[in-house]
Design a protein around this ligand. Structure first.
Ligand code: HEM
Length: 245
């Protein structure tokens, strides 16, 4: 019976009755999500160079401006990188959008499923919808700024922006959203594509890894943000002055 149904599905697919577009969109969503998650993991670590020292953060900035390759500063490289990430983010958001609950009825179903049935993974999916929605707006502001002012990055320039130009509330909300979104996303990706075997045990181990990563990244990023704020606070009378080692 099941074999018959499978044969019919394969035949329908071969005859072109079933579109493979949903599967393709799903793959695009997974690949772009994976690339963005890896990017953000590296990004928050590079940002945390400020925890070592102002000089360490300057070295990272100079690296991304191409100084160690070309012997000169090319902030355009940062604009290009930011534009590429923006493009990947837009493709990811577009492919994810089709899965957002689109009516009040659908919201009711997913909320009752997550809470009344106490279904933890549906709850995680709901968190992803909420954090994804927040990121639509906040990540766009941040990326636009990085694209348009790539030369304004450095220990003092970044700290001034965060403290004196009041970017810290945006970064705080963006940071919490992006960390939750990225690690829940990676967890769901690993389960969805069945990367690991032994389903029951793997799910528990992956969930543990996800929680540890969220706690670790949140702690590091909170410390970085706090450090930028402290530097910005100390530099409040000299806003605009650039850091000289
Ligand atoms: C190539 C693209 C990007 C560049 C060049 C970039 C650069 C930076 C820089 C220089 C800072 C330090 C603060 C400042 O100078 O304003 C920062 C902070 C931050 N960025 Fe990005 N960013 C990029 C993409 C993203 C994306 C896509 C996200 C999230 C969706 C993101 C999330 C954050 C967060 C949350 C912070 C605060 C970090 C902390 O609390 O330690 N960034 N970024």
């Amino acid at each position: 019976m099941r074999h018959d149904r499978e044969q019919k599905s394969i035949a329908a697919y071969r005859c072109g009755f079933i579109s493979c577009m949903p599967a393709r969109l799903d793959l695009i969503q997974s690949v772009t999500g994976f690339v963005l998650a890896i990017f953000i993991m590296a990004h928050l670590i590079f940002e945390a160079s400020i925890l070592i020292s102002k000089d360490a953060m300057l070295t990272v900035t100079k690296f991304f401006e191409g100084y160690y390759f070309f012997g000169e500063y090319y902030p355009g490289i940062i604009s290009f990188l930011a534009a590429a990430i923006f493009l990947i983010l837009i493709v990811h958001a577009l492919t994810a959008l089709r899965k957002f609950p689109s009516s009040y009825r659908q919201y009711r179903i997913i909320i009752s499923h997550a809470y009344y049935l106490k279904h933890a993974d549906s709850k995680l999916w709901l968190y992803q919808v909420i954090t994804g929605f927040i990121m639509f707006f906040l990540a766009s502001v941040h990326l636009y700024m990085m694209m348009s002012r790539p030369d304004q990055i450095g220990p003092y320039a970044s700290a001034d922006r965060i403290y004196s130009e009041w970017m810290w509330p945006l970064y705080l909300i963006l940071m919490l959203s992006v960390i939750l979104h990225a690690f829940i996303g990676l967890y769901r990706l690993a389960l969805k594509w069945g990367i690991f075997e032994q389903p029951g045990q793997t799910r528990r181990q992956l969930k543990k890894l996800m929680i540890i990563s969220i706690i670790l990244y949140t702690s590091i990023s909170l410390m970085s943000l706090g450090t930028y704020m402290f530097i910005g606070y100390q530099h409040v009378d000299k806003v605009g002055e650039r850091y000289q080692p």
